[in-house]
Design a protein around this ligand. Structure first.
Ligand SMILES: Nc1ncnc2c1ncn2[C@@H]1O[C@H](COP(=O)(O)OP(=O)(O)OP(=O)(O)O)[C@@H](O)[C@H]1O
Ligand SMILES: [Mg+2]
Length: 219
């Protein structure tokens, strides 16, 4: 049987204290294996982003445990968690968060370098990823010189440059038209299945959720 990459056990998360506290996630459990994908849906405010942050260790749950590749990340210190995240997780935000002063090639090389790969190899990885997302001719362009769809392709490539075991995406297609969403999903699903990455996408877009293996509705 395929090994579990992401396991959540009875995870609860609330913000604030006492009477003003709001319960966002309640007793949530899930299991995602190598190469499996999950769509996270639910109304605005239902806790999709919160859950993604808990899974990648940016937020700590109040109760329960999160395991990534068998490591209980809830037990790690803040520093250990960021180090672990840098090696095992790729994250794509709705508005890509590419660094404006770096070229496409440099943006993609950065997570590889931060995960401990040498500069030369990181740039080789970056060049090969740029080719896989069909942006060979945009190597030297900065984000403001790219279209919305091109930026999101650079963002996928960047999220893969540390060779992660799981990829977490928060509304990655929010600002793309239907044709670009389809291109984006074709490319993404191809890369994810080749690399056997566990994928979670928070999305409002039915064209995205319908392509994934599992669905979790937070409401
Ligand atoms: N740091 C925080 N402190 C207090 N409340 C928070 C915090 N982060 C999120 N919340 C609250 O938790 C709830 C869930 O927020 P979250 O961002 O996870 O929703 P979402 O499902 O991602 O919504 P959207 O679809 O609009 O992105 C909201 O009511 C929000 O106000
Ligand atoms: Mg959100």
């Amino acid at each position: 049987m395929s090994e579990p990459i992401i396991t959540l056990q009875n995870v609860s998360k609330s913000f604030g204290q006492n009477s003003s506290s709001i319960q966002v996630l309640e007793d949530l459990s899930l299991d995602l294996k190598k190469g499996e994908s999950l769509a996270l849906v639910g109304a605005s405010g239902s806790g999709k982003s919160t859950l993604l942050h808990v899974i990648c260790g940016l937020e700590k749950p109040n109760k329960g445990n999160v395991y990534i590749k068998g490591v209980n990340i809830t037990d790690l210190s803040t520093d250990e968690r960021s180090l672990f995240r840098g090696k095992e997780v790729g994250f794509v935000y709705q508005f890509h968060h590419l660094l404006p002063d770096l070229t496409a090639l440099e943006n993609i090389a950065l997570p590889a370098m931060l995960s401990g790969i040498g500069k030369e190899e990181a740039f080789e990885i970056s060049a090969s990823l740029l080719e896989q997302v069909n942006l060979n001719d945009k190597k030297a362009n900065r984000p403001n010189e790219l279209s919305g769809g091109e930026r999101q392709r650079v963002a996928i490539a960047r999220a893969m440059s540390n060779n992660p075991s799981c990829l977490i995406m928060d509304e990655p297609t929010g600002n793309l038209d239907k044709k670009n969403v389809e291109n984006f999903m074709n490319l993404l699903m191809d890369m994810v299945s080749t690399r056997e990455i566990a994928l979670i996408i928070a999305t409002h877009d039915n064209n995205v959720s319908s392509r994934l293996d599992k669905l979790l509705n937070l409401e």
